[in-house]
Ligand binder design. Structure first.
Ligand code: BDR
Ligand code: CA
Length: 355
């Protein structure tokens, strides 16, 4: 099936583990007139949850969005001990970037309560976009099993199906961090009608979203930043940007770390930017195809814990609970990202302090 969620305004609850590519997703959303961000919720994943929250408020400030509520979630997964991945995202989760410390205090409500309360306030209006482990959403579902019926749609970055994992040979990071949460979410969405089924953006597709130095260069050009960003493999590790545009400068410092990580993993001097792709799917600003399936998560396997399994032909005899993204046009995605982010940051003025 060829899909586009919508072309109109999309109101979002965004749940992140910021994270370099989460940060780019937040920037993409900030730059998108289609996006109405109701709240950004923080989950433990790439880095511990307090660090995720600090990164998220600091980055939203840099992106001119200090008006957006940020709520903090559970510091640990439902069952598993927390694992974090500073190797991938840097000691603080934003690569080599040093973000200005925000004076903003996160919301007094928990991330799980925010899921529940926002969907009560705006039933049928909000699209959930989860680009981290699904812990917060699972906790909300335990308290309020009717929640899936109040969401307009759910889009998750997570899982892999006919593709190797990036955490174990068969598991993707967001699912591997909290497999029980992912399972509970997929189970809970088995009862929703087809038009509300979760859209799953797995590694099979998000690893085709390869950001190369030339994309960053084009973005800096589109932002009117100087000198143009020119990241390359032969520069010293951790070389810092001197871009005139603050957003470009921090983004470049973050992405450099991500590219160095991918190079160290023998993938090349590039970065898989999973999460902004999921954001574009949620906004309907990128073409993609999907295939319906019943998705479940292995939580017991000695070798396969955290593996997402898709039944595409009804062998299990269970309801379909996901539309899995199978294909997209990566260059159309980058053209759009470069254009909208470039134009946005070119004209960005610092917002007044809201505290
Ligand atoms: C996912 O894992 C995280 O490290 C990234 O932010 C992305 O959400 C990719 O597996
Ligand atoms: Ca993420």
């Amino acid at each position: 099936m060829c899909s586009h969620i919508s072309s109109d305004r999309v109101s979002l609850i965004v749940d992140v583990d910021t994270g370099i590519d989460d940060a780019l997703a937040l920037l993409y959303l900030s730059a998108s007139p289609e996006a109405d961000i109701a709240a950004v919720l923080c989950t433990a994943g790439n880095v511990p949850v307090d660090r995720v929250a600090a990164n998220t408020v600091a980055w939203l400030d840099v992106c001119g969005r200090n008006d957006v509520e940020v709520a903090v979630g559970s510091p640990v997964p439902l069952v598993a001990p927390l694992m974090t991945t500073e190797d991938t995202h840097g000691p603080l989760g934003v690569g080599h970037a040093v973000l200005p410390v925000s004076t903003r205090i996160p919301s007094s409500r928990s991330a799980a309560d925010a899921w529940i309360e926002l969907t009560h306030e705006r039933p049928g209006e909000l699209t959930g976009l989860v680009t981290g482990p699904m812990t917060n959403l699972a906790l909300a579902l335990r308290k309020d099993p009717e929640l899936p019926h109040r969401l307009r749609r759910l889009v998750v970055m997570g899982g892999c199906f006919h593709h190797p994992g990036n955490t174990t040979p068969t598991s993707e990071w967001n699912v591997a961090v909290d497999p029980e949460a992912a399972k509970e979410v997929f189970d809970a969405f088995s009862a929703v009608p087809p038009e509300r089924r979760p859209i799953v953006c797995p590694l099979d597709v998000t690893e085709t979203i390869e950001m190369h130095p030339h994309h960053l260069r084009r973005l800096s050009e589109s932002a009117g930043s100087s000198p143009l960003e020119d990241l390359s493999d032969d520069q010293p590790r951790g070389h810092r940007s001197s871009a005139s545009n603050e957003v470009v400068r921090h983004l470049s410092d973050a992405l450099r770390f991500y590219m160095e990580f991918h190079r160290d993993e023998n993938i090349g001097y590039l970065a898989h930017v999973h999460d902004p792709f999921a954001a574009a799917v949620a906004l309907g600003t990128v073409p993609f195809t999907t295939r319906a399936a019943t998705v479940d998560v292995e939580i017991d396997g000695r070798l396969t814990r955290g593996t997402t399994v898709a039944d595409r032909t009804g062998m299990w005899g269970r309801p379909t609970n996901a539309d899995i993204v199978t294909r997209t046009d990566p260059e159309a995605f980058f053209d759009d990202l470069i254009d909208r982010v470039g134009r946005y940051v070119r004209n960005l003025k610092a917002l007044p302090d809201t505290n």
